[in-house]
Design a protein around this ligand. Structure first.
Ligand code: F6P
Length: 349
């Protein structure tokens, strides 16, 4: 049966989204399904903002960053009469199924939509790699490579100037980017949200390295790393919290590096510099790994629609593509495995 499938990208963009869209369209050709791109996430349904995605539209996009159909953090269920409007608009558009490509926040919306009666399928995406039930999300590998390149570059300038360099990376409340890039780049300390920061431990590493003739250090800081106020002796504590919220109502992170640097400089006496890597981690071309994973997810999601696997999200487990319920995927956050963190810790000296 020929189906009309709506596809949307929701939440922060990441490299590999276009590879997924191309995978969906090309696989759908086999069945003559119609693929409709819903523009700018769930908002596109409210605004009836659609575009047909055919071979022409997805041609040449495999290696392109971002998403050709736009994204947003719009949640239908946070709007007045949101559920009613959503159902009416979906009915009007006559979608047989909706594929939601998104991160943790977007999967919550996909689950709500499924519970409201939408034939919804999820595809996990995020540079943060924090979605439970999948070994990897696409976007993560690209972000790790960009952060590793940044560490490599910081190494040469840190060494030349005998400085301590702090590099802040993204990842929200999971330290995956920090740990992977930190190991790949040879970081001397990696701070992650999963483990409370002890400032004296960092100072010890910097000083021990100094006595070994290593006059510089590289410290990778996950944006979500947690520092107790009691740990801060020298800085203005009001600097500590950035209380702005994103459209999903979650605290916006970023900037921890700045007050941490201040505290470390006062305690250690070393010259510290900070780099907040920010959005470059999300921009630009996806790596081969992310293109392949995105393509596999895209192709598989069409098979899921045909098999009516609604309320489920595709996942990669031991390099095999499979699917789990979205409910399970959002039941908890996939935080850093302490086994890999212990490997990183071997080099904190
Ligand atoms: O979830 C991806 C991510 O890049 C996080 O690592 C980061 O905290 C957040 O999005 C930033 O989001 P925004 O685009 O709203 O600034």
């Amino acid at each position: 049966m020929k189906l009309k499938i709506g596809v949307l990208t929701s939440g922060g963009d990441c490299p590999g989204l276009n590879a997924v869209l191309r995978g969906i369209v090309r696989k759908s050709n086999e069945y003559n399904h119609t693929i409709i791109g819903i523009l700018n996430g769930w908002k596109g349904i409210f605004e009836e903002d659609y575009m047909v995605l055919g071979n022409k539209e997805v041609s040449g996009i495999l290696n392109r960053g971002g998403t050709i159909i736009g994204t947003s953090r719009f949640s239908p269920f946070e709007q007045k009469d949101g559920k009613k409007i959503l159902m009416e608009k979906i009915h009007k558009a006559d979608f047989d199924a909706i594929i939601c490509i998104g991160g943790e926040g977007s999967m919550h919306i996909a689950q709500q939509a499924y519970e409201a009666g939408v034939n919804c399928i999820g595809i996990p995406k995020t540079i943060d790699n924090d979605i439970y039930g999948t070994d990897f999300t696409f976007g993560f590998d690209t972000a790790v490579n960009i952060a590793t390149d940044a560490i490599d570059r910081l190494h040469t300038t840190a060494e030349s100037h005998h400085r301590v360099m702090l590099l802040e990376v993204m990842g929200r409340n999971a330290g995956w980017i920090a740990v992977y890039a930190g190991i790949a780049g040879g970081a001397d300390v990696i701070l992650i949200p999963e483990r409370k920061v002890v400032i004296d431990e960092i100072v010890d590493v910097i000083k021990t390295r100094y006595t070994r003739g290593k006059l510089f250090s590289i410290i990778v800081v996950a944006e979500g790393a947690k520092i107790d106020e009691s740990e801060l002796k020298f800085i203005d504590k009001s600097l500590k919290r950035n209380i702005k919220k994103d459209d999903f109502g979650r605290e916006r992170l970023g900037g921890i590096c700045n007050y941490l640097a201040e505290e470390l400089e006062q305690r250690s006496g070393f010259e510290i510099r900070t780099t907040i890597l920010g959005y470059v981690q999300r921009g630009g071309m996806p790596t081969a790994f992310d293109r392949i994973l995105g393509t596999r997810f895209g192709v598989y999601s069409v098979e899921m629609v045909i098999a009516k696997k609604f309320g489920r999200m595709c996942a990669v487990v031991s390099n095999k593509i499979t699917d789990i319920t979205i409910k399970k995927a959002i039941s908890k956050l996939k935080t850093v495995d302490m086994e890999i963190y212990k490997t990183a810790q071997v080099f904190f000296k």
